[in-house]
Design a protein around this ligand. Structure first.
Ligand code: GRF
Length: 216
């Protein structure tokens, strides 16, 4: 059983997709053992409680320095024995200290097709506002590994979503979540738990299931 910590900041719909996938036996033996919120009051914490998953708050505002925040976050991750860290709507940028400690073991869901509409300042509705402002006909979501560059790690999964006439940032965000994010994140976690991912530089290669079975 691979121990998974999920980091959240908001409503937790991506966390819920992971919880539901685990319940359906679709996380390939992965188990969510802790939810860590970047702020108190995040509804994602209520989703965790409803699923019987221990929740913790590690908030920058409560820490006297970035180093203290890193120590608190690493302590929470080590305490639950996290082997995979999943950023699910997590709005805090992880330091190089944390990223290095969990190198190639942190996944993030971004609500656009990286390298479009990503990087510093592109999060939540801002991503969809930018997509609509550019008049793109297709957007989508990306699951990628986290490195020291915001949204810069190896891309693992992507799925395109059509932009419709009359879309607002809110309607587009909802469609991207429903049609892409909530499908991709559980699938990415399952691939990681199956050990089917190889990272070569900026590329994440996925071995076919039968090829993987032949090797084991
Ligand atoms: C949403 O904008 C989603 O697209 C992005 O983070 C925000 C909140 O997600 N991944 P969640 O409902 O908290 O999972």
């Amino acid at each position: 059983m691979l121990r998974i910590a999920v980091l959240v900041s908001g409503g937790g719909t991506n966390l819920q997709a992971l919880i539901d996938a685990e319940r359906r036996g679709e996380l390939a033996g992965g188990k969510i053992v802790r939810v860590i919120a970047s702020r108190p009051g995040a509804y994602a914490l209520e989703r965790a409680e409803g699923a019987g998953i221990p929740g913790t708050v590690v908030c920058r505002k409560d820490c006297a320095s970035p180093e203290e925040f890193d120590r608190a976050l690493l302590a929470a991750l080590e305490e639950c024995g996290a082997e995979l860290v999943v950023l699910a709507g997590y709005l805090s940028i992880l330091s190089e200290t944390v990223v290095t400690r969990y190198a190639n073991r942190i996944l993030n869901i971004h609500p656009a097709l990286i390298p479009s509409f990503c990087g510093k300042g592109f999060y939540g509705l801002k991503v969809h506002e930018a997509a609509l402002a550019c008049g793109v006909k297709v957007t989508g979501a990306t699951v990628h590994f986290v490195n020291e560059i915001p949204d810069g790690g190896a891309i693992l999964l992507q799925k395109a979503v059509e932009v419709l006439n009359g879309d607002t940032p809110e309607t587009l965000q909802r469609r991207v979540m429903e049609q892409a994010e909530w499908e991709l994140l559980p699938r990415a976690v399952a691939l990681f738990c199956q050990g089917r991912i190889t990272i070569e530089g900026r590329r994440a290669l996925i071995r076919e299931a039968d090829e993987h079975q032949r090797r084991t």
